[in-house]
Design a protein around this ligand. Structure first.
Ligand SMILES: [Zn+2]
Length: 79
């Protein structure tokens, strides 16, 4: 998927017992899994990775929204 190529995968993390699973939320088919010694460990890592991914998204958002914010100002100036 082109979006994944440009922006990176948008992984969602979940757990199944001691196994942490991740899958790209855009449905490009990229997924993986990792086993941890206990279900608590898997849960903790999944939550931490999920949060990291969200934070990453937040950092990218302002850049993506910039053209939208500039557009009205540009329109006013031309009037
Ligand atoms: Zn992807």
């Amino acid at each position: 998927m082109l979006r994944c190529h440009l922006l990176g995968h948008r992984f969602r993390f979940l757990t199944e017992g001691e196994t942490m699973l991740w899958r790209c939320a855009r449905g490009c088919g990229t997924e993986g899994s990792k086993r941890y010694p206990t279900a608590e460990d898997a849960e903790r890592y999944a939550r931490a990775f999920d949060r990291e991914d969200q934070a990453d998204l937040g950092r990218r958002a302002p850049l993506g929204l910039l053209p939208l914010r500039l557009l009205p100002a540009w329109r006013l100036r031309r009037r």
